[in-house]
Write a protein that binds this ligand. Structure first.
Ligand SMILES: Nc1ncnc2c1ncn2[C@@H]1O[C@H](COP(=O)(O)OP(=O)(O)OP(=O)(O)O)[C@@H](O)[C@H]1O
Length: 279
């Protein structure tokens, strides 16, 4: 197990962590000798921004779905701030932002954002004002529009605003920016960081982009495939806010190089003999 570093260096109680211990998951019909997750252990401290990165099929989405309470597992344990993921999910304390924004096409943007808050109120949790949320993601003027009247990037902003509007204790994001152009992606990253800082949420973010992981994260979890394991946890020792000057600095590039080197060794650790012969 790779011990998960905390900013303070102190060990934290389970009530302050997303804690995964020795967790193994094999999908129904899957090869038991190659579980999707194999004895995975990590601690994600409350209010941290943590990215999961690794080769395709290494189990990033599976781990996210286990934390979300949407997938069971064979052995080991997962708790979110001391509670089971399913209980957190039932309490609407965990939000999930998928790769493609799932907005209701027959409701305008403001109603799309307000809808989950009704569910939230039933769960006894407050919500944010939809117009405030829209302003925070730079869409203050577009509350009356319908999803088909927005660009892909604007739709994803609505999805992010909606997720934060539920004031989740944990926000799980599965490659939310992967379909966007680089410029839109970079501007959304900065908006996401501003929302995260303001809402003090814990974010677990899946990405294939090294630059994105370094720009956003406190820690980067590098995973390896066949079977899915934690390869290494890299603390991102860069100050916040991560402004444009920092993102283009030598320190940033040095951190990116560290992550790339770790990914390469993760790939080698998980490569089957056939893959190596093909090289
Ligand atoms: N519903 C499912 N049924 C069976 N096997 C699955 C299912 N979902 C995922 N898997 C398998 O589990 C392993 C991990 O998949 P997962 O989607 O978690 O990987 P990932 O790292 O998120 O991949 P990618 O980067 O390509 O999105 C893969 O071998 C995949 O084929």
């Amino acid at each position: 197990m790779t011990p998960f570093p905390t900013n303070s260096g102190e060990s934290r109680p389970a009530s302050d962590l997303i804690r995964v211990r020795d967790l193994t998951k094999t999908y129904a019909g899957g090869d038991p000798s190659r579980p999707a997750l194999d004895r995975v252990s990590i601690d994600i401290p409350r209010r941290h921004f943590v990215s999961l990165i690794g080769p395709s099929g290494c189990g990033k989405s599976t781990l996210l779905r286990v934390i979300a309470g949407l997938e069971g597992y064979d052995s080991g344990e997962a708790t979110v701030f001391g509670t089971s993921p399913k209980a957190m999910c039932a309490n609407k304390a965990v939000g999930l932002v998928p790769q493609t924004p799932a907005l209701l096409p027959w409701k305008n943007v403001r109603r799309n954002i307000a809808l989950p808050q009704k569910v939230n109120r039933r769960a006894g949790r407050g919500g944010e004002d939809p117009d405030d949320l829209l302003r925070m993601v730079g869409l203050g003027e577009l509350g009356h529009r319908y999803p088909h009247e927005l660009s892909g990037g604007q739709q994803q902003r609505v999805a992010i605003a909606r997720a934060f509007g539920m004031r989740p204790e944990v926000l799980l994001m599965d490659e939310p920016f992967s379909a966007l152009d680089e410029f839109t992606r970079e501007s959304l990253q900065l908006q996401l960081l501003a929302m995260w800082e303001r809402m003090a949420t814990t974010v677990v973010f899946v990405t294939h982009s090294v630059r994105e992981a370094v720009t956003l994260s406190d820690e980067i979890v590098v995973m390896s495939a066949r079977p899915g394991r934690i390869h290494e946890v890299l603390p991102v020792d860069l100050p916040r806010p991560r402004d444009t000057a920092l993102v283009n600095s030598p320190r940033m590039h040095a951190m990116e190089d560290r992550v790339r080197a770790s990914l390469e060794s993760a790939w080698q650790a998980g490569a089957a003999p056939d893959d190596l012969v093909a090289l």
